[in-house]
Write a protein that binds this ligand. Structure first.
Ligand SMILES: Nc1ncnc2c1ncn2[C@@H]1O[C@H](COP(=O)(O)OP(=O)(O)OP(=O)(O)O)[C@@H](O)[C@H]1O
Ligand SMILES: [Mg+2]
Length: 380
């Protein structure tokens, strides 16, 4: 198939395909370049394997067991020259699952090697930065998704192709959102602090969650706001993101129909600040009457990667909690959703997320990193 040929030919890795009798079946242009040969004969293949016993062993093991083998870092001798390569040998499977050959994939590590050899600490930290990694991961994903879409479009009436495409698409989407979330959680946050009206933040978060000005028909949004609340000192964009995660969770918890309630008020408890002053807080509660949380899950909600959703990353709440902590506040959850005075309804229905944020000019935590004290308090 032409498209597959184009894909294989475009890969930067050298690909050599062998039959189970260890005869060359195909090589791609990257392999031609690496081997310095535009055709690859049986004898040349024999030479290659003879000069590189480790590769010969990988190929034979693969053909014998039908399993994949990898060598992260090996020297491939090519006549007078040699290159450092990462190698993978995978079985070439026939339709009935039988191993009919092997695929050798070689990645030239020469450039990485020389970069690593001259590495200074700055370079090292750049190379390992989450942002760099995210970028490197997302680029090929875009290519994979695009290629899969093309293939799916070529076989619109072939259910199996459409099914496989669905698997690729969902996997790619999941990795993409995971990478974005990990990036958001691990990037050092610098807050742009300014006076912020909490109700504007909540409206913007509702808007981003698709719940404002109009929510879907069967989802009811209740706003129980105290209009007299003063501004807080904070980063509106970061706070919107923190509340967006809570609203998205509430929306997912109520599924088709239900109620999400936002409640704001002055916190009646004070905290002692350094210097003997009292710090006052406001409180925001986000409640829903959705599926609720099991008692034993409550302790894990803020643990990275804890999720009960098939396509969740389990990082939404981690990020929200971090943002609130950076503002000197707290975020925690209680079982039981929308309740009013005297309400003794079942706590297995719904959840309430509670946020406190300091009012006033406390800017100590606005520098970005969590102090020890903050990180302990953020546990909720
Ligand atoms: N309002 C809620 N009602 C019921 N369970 C909730 C609610 N909010 C969070 N949870 C539970 O907490 C888990 C972690 O939530 P979190 O937002 O961190 O990740 P996620 O929603 O699973 O994934 P993502 O936010 O990346 O989509 C959820 O999987 C769910 O089990
Ligand atoms: Mg979430």
């Amino acid at each position: 198939m032409k498209l597959w040929r184009d894909i294989i030919d475009s890969l930067p890795d050298a690909i050599i395909v062998l039959s189970d009798a260890i005869e060359p079946l195909a090589i791609n242009p990257a392999a031609e370049t690496m081997l310095g040969a535009s055709s690859f004969t049986r004898n040349q293949l024999g030479d290659l394997l003879e000069h590189n016993p480790w590769l010969d062993k990988m190929v034979r093991n693969c053909l014998k067991t039908g399993q994949s083998f990898a060598a992260p870092d090996a020297v491939l001798g090519l006549g007078p020259q040699s290159v450092t390569v990462r190698t993978e040998v995978s079985p070439l499977l026939a339709e009935d699952g039988r191993t009919q050959g092997a695929i050798i994939q070689l990645r030239d590590l020469t450039h990485q090697k020389s970069a690593a050899e001259v590495t200074n600490p700055v370079e090292l930290s750049l190379r390992l930065s989450p942002a760099g990694l995210a970028h490197e991961v997302k680029n090929p994903l875009t290519g994979i998704k695009g290629a899969a879409e093309l293939i799916a479009a070529m076989y619109p009436a072939e259910p199996r192709v459409q099914q496989y495409y669905g698997v690729i698409r969902d996997g790619v989407n999941r990795i993409t959102s995971l990478v974005e979330q990990v990036l958001a959680v691990s990037a050092p946050q610098r807050l742009a602090v300014e006076p912020v009206n909490i109700h504007q933040v909540l409206h913007q978060a509702l808007r981003m969650a698709g719940l404002y000005p109009n929510a879907p028909d069967a989802v009811r949004i209740e706003q129980d706001f105290d209009p007299s609340l003063p501004d807080i000192q904070g980063d509106s964009v970061a706070l919107e993101r923190a509340f967006l995660n809570l609203l998205k969770n509430a929306r997912e918890a109520v599924a088709e129909s239900g109620t999400i309630r936002l409640h704001t008020r002055i916190e009646t408890e004070f905290r002692m600040a350094t210097g003997g002053q009292h710090l006052q807080f406001l409180r925001v509660e986000v409640s829903d009457n959705g599926i609720g949380i099991a008692e034993d899950a409550l302790a894990h909600l803020f643990t990275p990667f804890f999720t009960t959703k098939p396509s969740g990353t389990g990082l939404g709440l981690v990020l929200s909690q971090r943002i609130i902590a950076l503002h000197g506040g707290r975020l925690w959850a209680t079982r039981g959703g929308i309740r009013r005075k005297g309400d003794t309804s079942d706590t297995s229905v719904g959840v309430t997320f509670k946020v406190t944020l300091p009012i006033g000019t406390r800017s100590q935590s606005a520098r970005g990193e969590l102090s020890h004290d903050d990180s302990q308090r953020s546990g909720g």
